[in-house]
Design a protein around this ligand. Structure first.
Ligand code: G6P
Length: 595
């Protein structure tokens, strides 16, 4: 949801800003721009991707201070004039912003009345004008005064032609400062600055920072505060394509390692990774799991994992809907899953839960993310940076966290427990077998890419896999895809079935198998082509389905892992066949920091 960057130091700012922005494009990519301070303040922006902007920029932009932005439009269509940076009337103050200013209309009216001229339709443009109103030679003071009038969420970087510094501030949108040697960096997210430094400071809500090449000063409520420096373990290579055609493909192929790393990390400590029991209670509480997007599908699978292993009642909800739901029981244990740790709806849900007295466990992939800092307990996944907008390896890692969270409390006999632990340890090689079968999946994808509508069906623990398979396909291939509980198909969607509407059926060797087989027969009777995901050696499904993807044998509890990896490959190759922008699908963003 918009990426922002800043640089101040002894090097030329332009190449650093462009390189950092290119690493942040997963946050938004409908337009971009930079402002550089040399002899004067120069602003360049266009409704194009970063690479295209680079080509049209003058070669000799000279300046060692600068800011940059890559946009995911909220207020106003993607256009040159709506792109950031935005300036004040004098053209001396430039601002890049991620977030939403809720009271921008009122502020814009007021400022217009005071003689300010607005050029864009954005909410952001009120910020440079407010700063202009208060600026008397002290940018830090002017930004602090301007922000007092602003309601909403923001991460901003501000520069002014008359002062060699960057001023930054955040509220409900992520912002980090990267620490260099006599140079400093600002970014929404770590991958933007990994080429330059791995030492960062995470800003807190309502922090205001002043950055020079030699120094950073952070204040909070008018008082200077110290903020801890963190070392990032992600490497530059982690955030590069490493020879793959797309980040998504690389990330799909990283999954055996991600499973190994995530489980290995958990197994290296003897205590449970988080305490599901409530303090002083011997009985396990009810569990509430909240998330958005793909993480929500992990939550739905989590409901089956925890339900089956712990025999507790588990409720799952979309974080975005939960925020409008009724009273919360403080007796529930809440788990919020968010790979980025920055999804606005998930953060709002965490705050609501905490206000109601709930203990919140967060499962996230990003160390230092907002969710990790406001949770009571954090379980980190070890997926490494995920750049492709479509989540793949972060999802698998979330499932690992859920399995490992449940195991210490599992109400199963020791033999079953041993076999589950063994099954988890074998998962990397099982997933590798799925990946080794990529050519077969790619061939099916070639066939699928010719259709316009696809249904995915599953039951039990694989119903969320159907949802995830459909989501992956629609977001990157732009095919209309719907995930359905197999038993629900006859309550409406049957009207849409026919030879031009294929159905992908996801099987597991559990108590859903027979019912799924019946459903597939019903679908075949309506002439829909059926592609089935089955365990290797299965013959019954093969007899009815038009094509099968055979997957390695695993415990049914782990079947979502192998099934999902196959569906990720299916979506990837379908999108490739259709010539889509796989890593940066239209209209989407990786980190959704607006409600
Ligand atoms: C966006 C991303 C999805 C992700 C969802 C939730 O829509 O494109 O891949 O699943 O946000 O993100 P989170 O960071 O909370 O898991």
């Amino acid at each position: 949801m918009c990426g922002i960057v800043g640089y101040i130091g002894a090097r030329q700012a332009k190449p650093i800003l462009l390189n950092s922005l290119a690493h942040l494009e997963y946050r938004g990519y409908d337009s971009c721009g930079i402002a550089v301070l040399g002899a004067g303040l120069e602003v360049y922006k266009e409704a194009v991707r970063v690479q295209a902007l680079e080509k049209i920029l003058p070669k000799n932009i000279d300046g060692k201070i600068g800011i940059g932005h890559t946009r995911w439009a909220t207020h106003g269509e993607p256009s040159q004039v709506n792109a950031h940076p935005h300036c004040d009337c004098t053209g001396k103050i430039a601002v890049v912003h991620n977030g939403v200013i809720n009271n921008f209309q009122k502020l814009r009216q007021q400022l217009t009345g005071e003689g300010h001229k607005f050029l864009s339709e954005t909410d952001t443009e009120v910020i440079p004008h407010l700063i202009e109103k208060y600026y008397d030679g002290d940018l830090e003071k002017a930004v602090a005064m301007a922000l007092r009038e602003v309601e909403g969420s923001y991460a901003i970087v501000v520069m002014v032609a008359d002062e060699p510094k960057l001023v930054v501030a955040r509220k409900d949108s992520p912002l980090i400062i990267g620490l260099g040697d006599r140079e400093n960096f600002v970014a929404s997210d770590v991958p933007a600055i990994l080429d330059y430094t791995n030492r960062v400071v995470y800003l807190e809500d309502d922090d205001l920072g002043v950055i020079t090449p030699e120094d950073i000063k952070v204040s909070h409520g008018g008082r200077v505060v110290g903020r801890e420096k963190h070392e990032i373990s992600w490497s530059v290579e982690d955030a590069q394509k490493g020879g793959y055609a797309h980040f998504m493909l690389k990330e799909i192929h990283e999954q055996p390692k991600v499973i190994r790393d995530t489980i290995g990390g958990y197994a290296s400590v003897t205590e449970p990774i988080a305490s599901l029991a409530m303090p002083g209670d011997t009985l396990l509480p009810d569990v509430l799991i909240l998330a958005c997007g793909t993480s929500y599908h992990a939550a739905l699978i989590g409901k089956h994992i925890l339900g089956e292993l712990l025999r507790v009642s588990v409720r799952t909800e979309l974080a975005s809907e939960f925020n409008y739901s009724g009273p919360i029981s403080s007796k529930s244990r809440a788990i919020v899953i968010t790979q980025s740790g920055e999804t606005a709806d998930s953060l709002k849900a965490i705050k609501r839960l905490k206000e109601a007295g709930c203990q919140v466990i967060v499962i996230t992939n990003v160390v230092g993310s907002t969710a990790s800092r406001i949770a009571d307990q954090v379980i980190y996944t070890r997926a490494g940076p995920e750049i492709s907008v479509a989540a793949t390896k972060s999802f698998t890692a979330q499932l690992m966290a859920l399995y490992w969270l449940a195991l210490p409390y599992a109400k199963v006999d020791i033999r079953r427990l041993d076999s589950l632990v063994m099954g988890l340890r074998q998962l990397p090689s099982k997933v590798q077998q799925v990946l080794d079968n990529e050519a077969v999946v790619a061939e099916y994808a070639r066939q699928l890419s010719k259709y316009e509508n696809v249904f995915f069906i599953g039951r039990g623990i694989n119903f969320p896999v159907a949802l995830e398979g459909a989501l992956k396909l629609k977001e990157i291939s732009y095919l209309h895809a719907e995930g359905y509980a197999a038993g629900e198909l006859k309550h409406g969607p049957f009207a849409l079935l026919g030879s031009d509407t294929p159905v992908v059926a996801i099987f597991a060797q559990d108590n859903t198998y027979e019912a799924m087989l019946t459903n597939v027969k019903e679908v075949k009777a309506r002439k829909s082509p059926v592609m089935a995901l089955v365990e290797e050696g299965d013959e019954a499904v093969q007899e009815v389905a038009d094509s099968v993807i055979a997957l390695p044998q695993v415990d049914a509890l782990f079947s979502p892992v192998v099934n999902t990896v196959a569906l990720q490959l299916l979506a990837y190759h379908t999108a490739k066949e259709r010539g889509c922008s796989i890593d940066f699908p239209r209209n989407l963003a990786k980190s959704v920091t607006v409600e």
